[in-house]
Design a protein around this ligand. Structure first.
Ligand code: SAM
Length: 246
């Protein structure tokens, strides 16, 4: 593609990603806190607030793609009313196992369905969901345009798509700081907590390669979404992108 993230073969990219998350699954939550200084919590809260979930018993079907250990799913269940039903999909067995344990621990197993699957080919019929979310996941998907089309396909007419992902830091002073932090500190924290810095070098690299906010917004438009917009968070370290299926 013209974004140039297909420099490694697609299947190789996915298996690299799978290996990273299978190895880190048990330490994934603590790692997020350490590496983001807790910032990911604020971003995820802002993200779920945007979903505008019904607080009543009205039914609302949410699909959280690349849902991992369930950070978005559990926030949605906590925030929304009893009609909110979450389907958490991820490609990675070990990450889903942690999600299932967390669900059982919170007595939420009946309101969350955990599905192993690929974002590029979703195992759901057209028009199944009121909203589709993906948080810090789209960057890992080898064929992003395919995944975006799938998200739109499984949405109901009038449904919304929300994406939370790392973006491009636009504040000059912060950009330098952030670069130094991610290239040095993040692999070091990985080495220290998980015993291996290499996978984190790969993740930092994938963040650097991911398109800036405007380019990603046009990819979302190309997938057929309407009223596409985006908002940077914390000087552009992350961003929320949105689109509607109208
Ligand atoms: N959404 C969670 C969160 O915000 O904490 C997890 C994000 S984690 C950084 C990225 C997740 O994407 C991993 O759980 C990984 O298994 C998943 N993933 C990677 N490629 C995928 C694919 N092709 N389809 C579905 N999930 C995928």
């Amino acid at each position: 593609t013209h974004f140039g993230f297909e420099t490694v073969p697609l299947t190789q990219k996915q298996s690299r990603v799978d290996e990273v998350f299978a190895n880190v699954a048990r330490r994934y939550d603590i790692m997020n806190d350490l590496m983001s200084g807790g910032l990911h919590r604020a971003w995820k809260n802002a993200f779920v607030t945007e979903l505008d979930l019904p607080r009543t018993a009205r039914r609302f079907a949410l699909l959280d793609v690349a849902g991992g250990t369930g950070d978005i799913a559990f926030r949605a269940l906590k925030r929304g009313g009893h009609g909110v039903q979450v389907t958490l999909l991820d490609i990675n067995g070990p990450m889903l196992e942690v999600a299932r344990e967390r669900a059982a621990h919170r007595n939420l197993s009946d309101r969350i369905e955990v599905v192993q699957g690929n974002a590029e080919s979703l195992p759901f019929p057209d028009g199944s969901f009121d909203a589709v979310t993906i948080a810090f996941g789209i960057r890992n998907v080898p064929r992003i345009p395919l995944a975006l089309q799938e998200f739109r396909r499984v949405l109901k007419i009038g449904g919304r798509f929300l994406c939370l992902e790392f973006s491009e830091v636009t504040v000059p002073g912060l950009a330098k700081l952030y670069e130094a932090y991610s290239f040095n500190a993040i692999p070091r924290i990985g080495q220290w907590v998980a015993g291996d810095g290499e996978p984190y070098r790969y993740l930092v690299e994938s963040i650097r390669k991911f398109p800036d906010g405007l380019s990603f917004a046009s990819m979302i438009e190309e997938a057929g979404f309407d009223r596409v917009s985006h908002t940077p968070l914390t000087g552009g370290i992350a961003a929320i992108h949105r689109g509607w299926k109208l």
